[in-house]
Design a protein around this ligand. Structure first.
Ligand code: AKG
Length: 253
């Protein structure tokens, strides 16, 4: 569980790195599953937008009880996993993730999600760990983003440079098995990996079920901005019930 101070830090700063670590065997299992995924789908070498669409084995890790307990402390007792992705960032050339707010991409209304970012390798300033602007989530508004068409980045919506100052960033350095949790409005990004060490990270996206995953908005966003089409995500109820009564939990291929 998170301490009171850690919960407070999440609300104040928009992120927290708790005093928690997954066992080394679990980290190895995730790494092996990812290697299996890449064997079948080498195009996900840098970034896989939706692990569960390709291998439901990743769901086992999303069900880790201490992780669900921590998420519950932050977003309440009723929540669903709506996505899990993998930012693999290989050594010597792993792609940058442009500065952004997650909410710019996501069809969830009201906008809400807590991301759990799990380090599979050590994530350091040198190999492109996550960088965040503490407190940038507080206004609860989406800032101006532009489409970046580069092939050498993981995501294509990038914050306008007028919207943030990277000098304010905190580097989230983690050991394998450590996690960070961040808010949907937090400004963050990560640099390309020019080091000799890979920087694999897996994300779990949990939304409170007081919000609705709106498939129509997902399809519209994909058409308008060339985003990955997220209209077909399967939602997995992880704790409690669907408070909105409007979420669709139908299993999809
Ligand atoms: O791992 C990265 O480099 C980026 C991750 C990210 O943007 C996210 O988890 O929302």
């Amino acid at each position: 569980m998170l301490s009171e101070q850690e919960v407070q830090q999440y609300h104040e700063s928009g992120y927290v790195t708790p005093d928690f670590r997954l066992p080394a065997e679990t980290v190895d299992e995730i790494g092996d599953l990812h290697a299996r995924l890449l064997k079948k789908h080498p195009r996900f070498n840098n970034y896989c937008p939706s692990l569960l669409a390709y291998d439901l084995g990743f769901l086992n890790f999303a069900r880790t009880p201490p992780i669900l307990d921590m998420v519950s402390q932050l977003i309440g007792p009723d929540f669903a996993l709506w996505n899990s992705s993998f930012f693999a960032k290989p050594a010597r050339g792993g792609h940058e993730t442009p500065w952004h707010q997650d909410g710019e991409y996501w069809p969830i209304r009201p906008l809400a999600t807590c991301t759990v970012w799990i380090a599979i390798d050590a994530a350091t300033a040198e190999n492109g760990c996550l960088q965040v602007i503490p407190g940038s989530h507080k206004a609860r508004r989406l800032r101006k983003h532009n489409t970046n068409p580069s092939d050498n980045i993981t995501l294509n919506q990038e914050l306008d440079p007028s919207e943030y100052d990277r000098a304010d960033a905190d580097y989230i350095e983690l050991q394998p098995g450590q996690i960070s949790l961040h808010d949907v409005y937090l400004v963050h990004g990560s640099e390309a990996n020019h080091s000799d060490h890979s920087r694999r990270g897996m994300t779990l996206r949990f939304m409170p079920t007081t919000s609705v995953y709106d498939r129509q908005i997902a399809a519209e966003k994909s058409r308008a901005s060339g985003l990955v089409d997220q209209s077909d995500r399967t939602l997995f109820l992880m704790r409690g019930q669907d408070c909105s009564g409007a979420n669709d939990f139908v299993m999809r291929q």
